[in-house]
Design a protein around this ligand. Structure first.
Ligand code: AMP
Length: 215
């Protein structure tokens, strides 16, 4: 048998939504993923195996051929910004908005570089450049809500779902940068070399999205 199709999944909240989707497609890990230290899982389909990665590592794994396809948030894909990846299916999971946020009632400085705390440095740079503003990015890996409160940044760029986290930290959402949801991501190379295996999966996922959202 040829090498199995390798599917890169993101740990965390997206994984909780992805596993039921894969199950609906008849793909189940042979071992429990949650709580496991393993990174690679065989599945009930001998032609498919799963990698469980940090969300930000899904795009490079797929781009560099470590996985043939994966599931990643649009926020992560925008930040990664590769033209070697295609996104054939919007799975409509983990929907959220990439937004700017500031302290409640505080105006942005009118001139000078804006200090922007975010894990989305590329997205932030592009967005503010489109507004004619240069930024001084502060790359953080979590708790960006704190940065404006302690006076370290003027603004944050982060994903917002209900807005409760911003509110609980004295911040308010400002500008919408982009809507985000989970996407099937495939490298352009795998799309050509593995098309016979990937095309049926795209069809099944489209069908699943259609049924789930019609319900
Ligand atoms: P909320 O309080 O519902 O607006 O959720 C915001 C918090 O959850 C922030 O810390 C976000 O980084 C995180 N978050 C919200 N939605 C998502 C998502 N779809 N994917 C990843 N993180 C998210």
């Amino acid at each position: 048998m040829s090498e199995p199709l390798t599917f890169a999944l993101a740990k965390g909240r997206l994984l909780d939504e992805t596993l039921p989707l894969l199950k609906a497609l008849g793909i189940e890990p042979l071992e429990q993923i949650s709580g496991s230290r393993k990174l690679l899982f065989e599945t009930t389909r001998s032609d498919i195996r799963l990698l469980v990665l940090r969300a930000t590592d899904v795009p490079p794994y797929v781009e560099r051929g470590g996985a043939h396809l994966g599931i990643a948030g649009k926020d992560t894909l925008l930040e990664y910004g590769s033209d070697m990846l295609c996104e054939p299916v919007d799975l409509k999971l983990s929907a959220c908005r990439l937004m700017t946020a500031t302290r409640v009632g505080v105006e942005l400085p009118k001139t000078g570089r804006l200090r922007v705390a975010t894990k989305y440095v590329n997205v932030a740079r592009q967005y503010f450049a489109s507004q004619g503003r240069q930024i001084d990015p502060i790359k953080l890996y979590g708790a960006m809500e704190l940065a404006p409160i302690v006076g370290m940044s003027d603004v944050i760029v982060d994903v917002v779902d209900t807005g409760n986290t911003l509110k609980a930290n004295g911040l308010e959402p400002r500008d919408l940068i982009a809507h985000s949801s989970a996407r099937l991501v495939v490298s352009r190379v795998a799309m050509k070399t593995r098309y016979h295996l990937i095309a049926p999966m795209i069809e099944q996922l489209n069908e699943w999205v259609h049924q789930t959202n019609a319900a």
